[in-house]
Design a protein around this ligand. Structure first.
Ligand code: F6R
Length: 607
């Protein structure tokens, strides 16, 4: 949700801290701040709004110093003002925090006798005071932090600086990610390896409950029982260039256009081209014995799960329950013995999905995870890890992660069907052949970019837009509506086309564009009937279909978007492209902040 970084350096750190924040701005961009230590005093600079504002502050009032911490915020407690921006500081302690301290009010009460002055409305500031209280009583940083961490409830990662111990930083994680970076005579803390990519590739991932003291000489890691522990130093492989836009105007645009490549990459690791078979990693459970599949995810990842439900049912004949994580975790789901619970997430850190995963694990389910960040918490807690290989996704609106998730899920559904004896060798080869056609079809879909850009003005003046789809195109309708609302701020809803006449059709008038997603095929006629019901009431239809579909039903639509003719299995991947491009171009016409839409953040590590 927020991004944090810390450096114990041997050269000035402010520029490098801000560069790290730039790489994490997708995590939150309400406000930002830096604190360094200069001549035994904290130098703190903070600004409301985008990072550019902090840069302006720093250009007028530089922060020197070779040790520092920094933060980019997605507000939870307290408005995104300068006084609520991190770092929060007392005379002795400055800290940055990602997550939520749920018991902050009780903790403030605990300190009530100490006459402490708070300058923010945040849940974070009290932690600085608690640690400070220990330091003022003569504790050293380790003792002070070690005493405070067990008192904190909620989810957090922290980076903490000490005025009178200017050669060290302390980091801690519980529920929010934190990595330790190893440099040459320098050490780093960061919310992710990407933030540290230009500084180092040598990364140790802290485990839940760990805390760490870093100095220029290295790191000492402790677990939640304050016992020293070793955490392996790995090569992160995170590339500094991955966070560049290249020749594209926005990250979202770049990521949309990367899809043929990254989907091919993903398919390449789950399909064997030589003999047209599905090749999943070695499983240490028998997938043919799985009696029920429970899919849990949020947002776009949830819609990928909805598409996959059709595949698992159709190919593997396994019953599938699917739920959004925030609902799943607060009902009392019936989880049969022998079930596989499958979690889908780009970040692998989404708090609700992670909580649902842990619940299923405690209930004895086998845990499968389709995740884009292979070092994420979900990846590390999975029995079956299925990376989606989309590469870093920076645009807040998810695009390439979605199509890569679909590629993995299609392969998994086919694999399960093969293992259950429901898909013979020829059928498997046929499925693999169609999946391998996806990258070229995605390219063909991207060729319609100019056409879609030129029709964006038909949608941009609308207050409301409806998206309709049937069968596996229904989740795409939901995804199309989500994309449009999150980046263009136009209210949009996705409906199963057959549901229109049960209520939503009342919304139709000539001010409400209706985007119909309908490749030709067995369900086409049905969707076209629903489309005609809309048109009969003055609805303005944009039809996304193939040449045959447009020939049959395109007349009278305000616009059509022609997709290549593809096998139904890969249609959800291909039809994701026009849906993403339409939202993108409408947002560009409206002049919204495509990559950092208001109120959102990429990685939702709070409930
Ligand atoms: C929408 C979007 C969100 C995410 C959701 C889940 O464009 O990006 O709806 O899909 O927050 O995030 P992950 O997949 O990281 O668990």
């Amino acid at each position: 949700m927020c991004g944090i970084i810390g450096i114990v350096g041997n050269a000035p750190v402010a520029d490098r801290l801000v560069d790290g924040l730039k790489r994490m701005e997708y995590r939150g961009y309400d406000s930002s701040g830096v604190c360094t230590i200069v001549d035994g005093q904290f130098v703190r600079r903070r600004a409301e709004g985008k990072l550019a504002n902090l840069l302006e502050v720093l250009s007028e009032q530089p922060a020197t110093g070779t040790v520092g911490i920094a933060h980019t915020r997605w507000a939870t407690h307290g408005a995104p003002t300068t006084s609520n921006a991190h770092p929060h500081a007392t005379e002795e302690v400055a800290l940055v925090h990602n997550g939520i301290i749920e018991n902050y009010k009780a903790l403030r009460e605990e300190l009530a006798g100490e006459n402490r002055k708070y300058e923010s409305e945040t849940d974070t500031e009290v932690v600085a005071h608690l640690i400070s209280s220990g330091i003022e009583k003569g504790l050293d940083p380790r003792e002070a932090v070690g005493n405070v961490l067990p008192k904190l409830r909620g989810a957090f990662s922290l980076a903490i600086a000490f005025r009178s111990h200017p050669d060290l930083l302390v980091g801690a994680r519980l529920g929010s990610p934190l990595v330790v970076g190893y440099g040459d005579g320098e050490m780093y803390l960061g919310s992710d390896a990407l933030a540290l990519a230009p500084l180092t590739q040598r990364i140790a991932y802290l485990e839940e409950g760990d805390w760490v003291v870093i100095t220029r000489d290295g790191a000492e890691v402790f677990n939640s029982r304050n016992e020293p522990v070793a955490r392996e130093i790995q090569s992160s492989g995170a590339s500094a260039a991955a966070v560049e836009k290249g020749n594209y105007r926005h990250f979202m645009q770049k990521e949309i256009f990367e899809q043929p490549t990254v989907v091919a990459q993903t398919l390449g690791s789950y399909l064997r081209q030589s003999d047209h078979t599905v090749a999943l990693p070695q499983l240490d459970f028998d997938i043919s014995k799985i009696k029920r599949l429970t899919i849990v995810a949020c947002g776009t990842s949830y819609y990928a799960g909805m598409v996959a439900k059709y595949w698992f049912e159709q190919f593997a004949r396994v019953p599938v329950d699917i739920d959004v994580a925030s609902e799943f975790r607060y009902r009392d789901p019936v989880l049969e013995d022998g079930g596989l619970a499958l979690f889908i997430s780009q970040s692998g850190e989404t708090a609700d999905t992670l909580a649902a995963l842990r619940h299923c694990k405690a209930e004895g389910q086998t845990i499968g995870v389709v995740v884009n960040v292979p070092t994420s918490t979900m990846a590390r807690e999975a029995d079956l890890l299925l990376p989606s290989h989309a590469g870093p996704e920076i645009g807040v609106a998810s695009t390439k992660a979605f199509t890569c998730q679909l590629a993995v899920l299609a392969a998994l559904a086919a694999h399960m069907a093969v293992k259950k004896g429901l898909m013979n060798r020829e059928e498997e080869a046929e499925v693999v052949k169609h999946l391998l056609e996806a990258p070229a079809a995605l390219n063909a879909a991207l060729n319609h970019d100019d056409n879609i850009a030129s029709m964006a003005h038909l949608i941009s003046p609308a207050r409301d837009v409806l998206y309709l789809g049937r069968g596996q195109d229904y989740p795409l309708a939901l995804e199309g509506a989500l994309k449009l609302k999150e980046i263009s701020y136009i209210h949009a809803e996705g409906y199963a086309s057959g549901e229109m006449k049960h209520g939503p059709i009342a919304l139709i008038d000539d001010d409400v564009p209706v985007v119909v997603i309908a490749p030709s095929g067995p369900l086409f006629e049905k969707t076209v009937s629903n489309m005609e019901e809309v048109r009969a009431r003055g609805g303005q239809v944009v039809l996304i279909s193939d040449a045959e579909g447009i020939k049959q039903a395109g007349e009278g639509c305000i616009a059509t978007i022609e997709m290549p003719v593809v096998h139904p299995l890969i249609a959800p991947l291909v039809y994701a492209i026009p849906v993403q491009l339409l939202a993108y171009h409408v947002a560009v016409v409206k002049g919204t902040d495509v990559d950092q839409p208001r109120n959102l953040a990429k990685s939702v590590t709070v409930e």
